[in-house]
Design a protein around this ligand. Structure first.
Ligand code: PEP
Ligand code: MG
Length: 764
């Protein structure tokens, strides 16, 4: 369509044609006149230069409809009269999907919407591109022709570039009644569905982790200087990626590395770089060139149905964003904590755990991540910080504007963006109620957890990071029943060496102020991976190389950790436990390594802990059939019910489809757990339950009913579970649970237990 150098309609448009368009647009922008008259001139110019019989500009109104603002070729009386409803027609489709629409026979397209007032019936082919600013659709730019023809990629690029100029023009506020649609659309309430990754509800205001760069200067004043800027930025991008890959050099595989490799492939793609350089030569600034090539490549990739290319699209988006930030000098200008609002809801496409820790916790209320899931490492930190967080929030980045009011409901996994007053009211009530409950629980803080009939219950928290430590005191817990040491390893970018580990464990013990801490040896594998450690891809990671299996195959890691723990606990008592034991032999092997480390310390004159106890986690059903042998060797037992129930029912704990399938209060699971409690009591071995069920009042009640006297849970669960304990007659409960379990039915005890609690006025 553009005037070309050769006869081949598919050839690259001759440079002069694009240059001419850019020059003309620049002139139009420089000429006197109001915003509307500039739009009128643009459509005349584009229709002429692209040899199109029609060129029209539709702009978005507040209600999302598109209004014809300027046209060359259609009936002028339709200007400001023709409006397309949101999503209506091919123009609406272009705006809604934010992609070019290229139709040789538009009138026969099922989405075509005919508007008689425009007299467009004689035009067959149509090319529409979105007018985008900062990722938001402000309107649509359209060309039409009588002949049935498919517009070339180059036509699309020319029109996209023109659309960028229009977007800049609108952004300046020069066109009365227009250019606001994109922003005003953002006043509309929106519900974005994700998945909960850290429980809680947060009301606050949006802060973008990596603020988007809005390209405002499109036309270069000095093209040579722009080329230098672009080249320098590309170089910086490449070096940065090389550095990142080098840091990852210890790992030979892994998803992160794959992504970086793809980035590097793009960054070194000569076609990509050449197209950006060409765009600068045509008169665009470096920023505008990056954006134009990004838009054009995006449009091409969107046409591919192959999921591989769809996935690469995200990489391209990220890379172009990164390049834009480099060229705009905004790569390392993350939000400084001083600028953060006190009710920050942080929104990120992806985020590493260390990045989240850089933010001032006291200002953070919520976190929304577009790509990360509950298994991601940042989710661990969000949980530790107690921030309401949701992941898999599709298209959140393009839907938010910095400063938007928002509510994160991490119970249902929803983000309410720009909520209505009614929604704010409903959530404020909910939050107030929770706060009241929390303050009631706080009053229980110093009360010992003793049942009504006088049995003391051990109340411990699960932890794994230094940021967890204040919760120990805040919750009024007896100690830490499960310290997941792997979390520290997971959020580090390199393997923590002996000194670093020793210092970390010392700090934990220091902050525990004499309360017992049970350190679990490194439990990686399965869903828990270390970015710097090579881990094989496995078909069944939950049944694979994980927990103690890795530790025994890599004894240097286990011994190093034992050494660090022994050093850190010098002069104090030390409790360590071993995860994922399938056999007693594995426990014995671990104990041997511990004994050797203790011997080593003695020989070298290091001061030792006052006492060292080694416990076994019961997480794999096979060990239930070796309980007596295990209890003869272990100093204490901790039941990892998350894994034990997953293996007992052969139901992946991370698979949401299965999450409600097997009731944790069904007799099979409870009988297995009871056999552990009974055996531990017979042998006088202390036992704790540290899986999630220990933190749910009804389930915790059932655990007490089958004989457990010590529980370890998330800090927030201590209050509700303690309230249950204080209102419980344990004798009556034990009798009730015993008779229910003796009954020969497979029915869950959930309902009977609930009724029992209700009848006995137990707080659950
Ligand atoms: C468990 O399996 O119940 C447990 C506490 O360990 P994790 O959840 O860390 O696997
Ligand atoms: Mg486990």
């Amino acid at each position: 369509m553009t005037r070309r150098g050769g006869d081949d309609p598919r050839s690259i448009p001759s440079e002069p044609a694009l240059r001419v368009i850019m020059r003309r647009l620049r002139e139009i922008m420089a000429e006197p006149g109001d915003g509307q008259s500039r739009l009128d001139k643009i459509v005349v110019q584009i229709s002429g230069l692209m040899v199109a019989e029609v060129c029209s500009i539709y702009l978005k109104r507040q209600d999302g409809s598109l209004e014809l603002f300027a046209t060359e070729g259609l009936n002028r009386a339709a200007v400001h009269n023709t409006r397309m409803k949101r999503g209506e027609g091919l123009v609406g489709r272009c705006a809604e999907l934010s992609v070019p629409v290229n139709e040789p026979d538009a009138q026969h397209h099922p989405a075509f919407s005919y508007r008689p007032e425009t007299s467009e019936e004689i035009y067959h082919s149509l090319l529409a591109v979105p007018v985008l600013r900062g990722g938001k659709v402000l309107g649509v730019l359209v060309v039409q022709n009588r002949t049935r023809r498919e517009y070339s990629d180059e036509d699309v690029e020319v029109l996209q570039t023109t659309a960028m100029v229009i977007a800049e023009h609108l952004g300046s506020g020069a066109v009365a009644g227009a250019g606001l649609g994109g922003d005003q659309e953002r006043t509309i309430a929106l519900l974005i569905k994700g998945e909960p990754i850290s429980d809680g509800i947060a009301l606050g205001h949006i802060v973008l982790h990596e603020p988007r760069v809005v390209v405002t200067e499109l036309l270069a004043k000095d093209p040579d200087a722009e080329l230098v800027r672009l080249d320098k930025a590309i170089e910086e991008l490449r070096t940065g990626l090389d550095d990142m890959l080098e840091q990852e050099a210890v790992s030979k595989a892994g998803e992160h590395r794959d992504v970086l490799e793809t980035y590097r492939m793009f960054a070194n793609d000569r076609g990509w770089v050449r197209r950006m350089r060409d765009a600068v030569s045509e008169g665009l600034t470096a920023e505008a060139a990056i954006e134009r090539v990004h838009n054009a490549t995006r449009a091409r990739m969107l046409r591919q149905n192959d999921p591989y290319w769809r996935e690469r699209l995200r990489d391209l988006d990220d890379l172009s964003d990164r390049l834009l930030r480099i060229v705009a000098g905004r790569l390392h200008t993350g939000k400084s904590n001083a600028d953060l609002p006190n009710d920050t809801i942080l929104v990120a496409r992806t985020m590493g755990p260390a990045e989240l820790l850089d933010y001032d916790r006291s200002r953070l209320r919520g976190l929304v991540i577009e790509v990360g899931s509950g298994q991601s490492h940042v989710a661990i930190v969000a949980k530790a910080l107690g921030i309401a967080a949701i992941g898999q929030a599709t298209r959140v980045i393009e839907s938010v504007t910095a400063g938007d009011p928002a509510i994160v409901d991490a119970q249902s996994g929803e983000l309410h963006l720009r909520p209505t007053n009614e929604v704010i009211q409903a959530y404020s009530d909910k939050v107030r109620l929770q706060a009241r409950r929390q303050s009631q629980y706080r009053q229980l803080r110093s009360k010992p957890a003793v049942t009504k009939d006088g049995t003391p219950i051990g109340m411990h928290i699960n932890a794994g990071l230094i940021v967890d430590m204040p919760s120990l005191k805040d919750a009024g817990a007896d100690g830490i029943g499960l310290f997941r040491t792997e979390l520290q390893f997971m959020i580090a970018s390199t393997f923590p060496r002996l000194d670093r580990q020793t210092q970390f464990y010392s700090q934990v013990l220091e902050e525990a102020e004499g309360r017992p801490v049970v350190f679990r040896s490194l439990d990686i594998g399965g869903d828990k991976t270390l970015p710097y450690m090579e881990q094989p891809r496995e078909d069944n990671p939950a049944l694979g190389w994980r927990g103690i299996r890795i530790s025994l195959d890599r004894p240097a890691v286990l011994r190093g950790q034992f050494r660090a723990l022994l050093r850190a606990a010098a002069g104090r008592e030390l409790d360590i436990m071993i995860p994922m034991l399938s056999t007693v032999a594995e426990f014995e092997a671990a104990r041997l390594y511990l004994d050797r480390e203790r011997e080593f310390m003695r020989r070298h004159g290091h001061s030792e802990p006052l006492a060292v106890r080694l416990g076994a986690m019961i997480e794999v059903p096979s060990i239930l059939f070796e309980l007596d042998a295990l209890l003869a060797r272990a100093d204490f037992i901790s039941v990892g019910s998350n894994d034990l129930l997953q293996y007992l029912y052969a139901a992946d704990r991370a698979n949401p489809r299965l999450s409600g399938r097997y009731d944790t209060l069904a007799p099979a699971g409870l009988r297995a757990l009871k056999s552990i409690a009974d055996a531990c009591r017979r042998r006088n071995v202390p036992a704790t339950v540290c899986g999630e069920i220990a933190g749910r009042p009804l389930e915790a009640m059932a655990l007490l009913g089958i004989g457990f006297r010590s529980l370890s849970m998330a800090p927030a669960a201590i209050g509700p579970v303690k309230a249950m304990v204080l209102s419980l007659d344990l004798g009556r409960l034990t009798e009730f649970v015993g008779s229910e379990l003796d009954a020969v039915t497979g029915d869950s005890l959930r309902e009977p237990l609930r009724r029992f609690a209700e009848g006995d006025s137990i707080e659950i």
